[in-house]
Design a protein around this ligand. Structure first.
Ligand SMILES: Cc1cc2nc3c(=O)[nH]c(=O)nc-3n(C[C@H](O)[C@H](O)[C@H](O)COP(=O)(O)O)c2cc1C
Length: 240
């Protein structure tokens, strides 16, 4: 029954290929959006802005240098992006320690499984990051990245340094916010991923975010905790 439901959902909402007609339709909708913006009536205020070079150079990186990353830099990236925030602001009795990324109600619905591929001093494998003890806990050592992410032929996975799998347990969110919590889970994953992307360039690294993965297969292959599911992936590696 669950499979039939998933099949129907995929059929309705997930067209596998773009044909020309569909591309025309997308272009048409995008153009209408621009027309709508241009046609808006109202006082117009031109913003004066100097482009900040950092953000205007941001681009997804899919081909990596393959150079090893040292453990100290890797630790800094993970700790600064995903760790427990060091300025201890008061937390609600049902919240967890605040993290370096925002979380609806401080519930911290997102955790991270990290595939370490080429970090000197850390053996290859999938780890769970425990921000409370600042430790990686090995979940599985023999993993083939191409098996985990089969829809990513456009990405040079073999040359990546590490891959972060953002996983969520939505249950505390459901209790507090009901179905709206799914929106919050995805937003929180986006904040966490953005932290990673913003921390990478300092170390000569870049990355690409991924939404293309098989939920069921990934949950099984990652050997992640019960009640968790994968929401978002960031592949990170050296800029060539
Ligand atoms: C939610 C989301 C999912 C994405 N999924 C994929 C993906 O599965 N594969 C991929 O190659 N890029 C993926 N990307 C990256 C986009 O393709 C990329 O951001 C877009 O082409 C714009 O390029 P830029 O980031 O270099 O500006 C994703 C980006 C977002 C925000």
């Amino acid at each position: 029954m669950a499979n039939l439901f998933e099949y129907l959902l995929n059929k309705i909402f997930k067209p596998k290929f773009f044909d020309e007609k569909k591309i025309f339709k997308i272009v048409d909708i995008q153009n209408k959006k621009l027309d709508l913006l241009n046609a808006l009536i109202g006082k117009r205020i031109k913003l004066t802005s100097e482009p900040h070079s950092f953000f205007h150079k941001r681009v997804s990186i899919r081909n990596f240098s393959g150079k090893a990353l040292n453990k100290e830099y890797f630790s800094e990236i993970i700790f600064n992006s995903l760790g427990i925030r060091k300025d201890k602001s008061p937390k609600k009795e049902y919240s967890l320690e605040p993290r370096t990324f925002p979380s609806a109600g401080g519930l911290n619905l997102i955790e991270s499984a990290i595939y370490v591929h080429n970090v000197s001093g850390i053996e290859k494998g999938i780890y769970l990051y425990n921000p409370y003890t600042e430790e990686l806990i090995l979940l599985k050592s023999k993993v083939l990245l191409e098996d985990l992410l089969p829809y990513c032929q456009n990405i040079n996975l073999n040359q990546a340094n590490f891959v972060i799998f953002f996983i969520s347990n939505i249950q505390p969110g459901m209790i507090k916010y009901g179905l709206r919590s799914y929106r919050y889970v995805l937003l929180e994953a986006g904040h966490a991923a953005q932290n990673i992307l913003l921390n990478l360039p300092k170390y000569g690294l870049g990355g690409v975010c991924l939404g293309a993965f098989n939920d069921k297969k990934l949950r099984k292959e990652l050997n992640i905790l019960k009640d968790y599911q994968n929401e978002y992936v960031v592949v990170c590696g050296g800029i060539k």
